[in-house]
Design a protein around this ligand. Structure first.
Ligand SMILES: [Zn+2]
Length: 181
């Protein structure tokens, strides 16, 4: 059986990997990196429909917000966004996120273990995050060469359905200014 493996990096390519011996067969189509908000939202809505989930107003709003945020966001942030404020409580948002997570449309990011953060599970996007160790701000990092090579190596060993998180901790510019003042 052949499996299509998504390899990260700026030049996103899908490769056919023979899952029996991990041999790389041939490069196939080149997929465009889903970076724009519109593309990320289209992917999310289509995946929702393909999973048989109804696109309720709240669900659509949550996906719209997650498409807008490339970096992981928590429920608190989502609940204060204009699109959701006063329309549903945090319990409803949590339930929706869990449902979307079950369908693998949303990924729970565990980089700050005290607070759950969520991000769209868009194929080909990096799982690397830059976290401020003072205020906890989380920023998404672009894919880098080493990450793509590591994914390739793992795919070559016959593993699929890979998940991981890379954390880089530092002090953000705002926190540096606050300390300096
Ligand atoms: Zn900070």
């Amino acid at each position: 059986m052949n499996k299509r493996i998504h390899i990260g990096g700026t030049n996103q390519k899908s490769l056919l990997i023979d899952s029996v011996n991990g041999r790389r067969l041939e490069p196939t189509l080149t997929i465009t990196k889903l970076t724009t908000e519109a593309q990320r939202l289209t992917w999310a809505l289509n995946t929702c429909l393909a999973s048989g989930l109804r696109l309720t107003l709240i669900r659509r709003a949550i996906l719209g917000l997650l498409a807008k945020h490339l970096s992981p966001v928590n429920i608190e942030i989502l609940s204060h966004e204009e699109e959701l404020k006063g329309r549903c409580d945090t319990t409803t948002i949590y339930r929706m996120l869990m449902m979307l997570k079950d369908q693998r449309i949303v990924r729970q990011v565990n980089v700050r273990h005290r607070v759950r953060h969520f991000v769209l599970n868009v194929p080909g996007e990096s799982f690397a995050y830059l976290i401020c160790r003072s205020c906890g701000l989380i920023k998404h990092l672009d894919s880098f060469e080493g990450e793509a090579a590591m994914k390739h190596q793992i795919a070559a060993r016959g593993y699929t359905d890979l998940s991981y998180e890379l954390e880089f901790h530092g002090l953000c510019p705002a926190c540096q200014r606050a300390i300096g003042s």
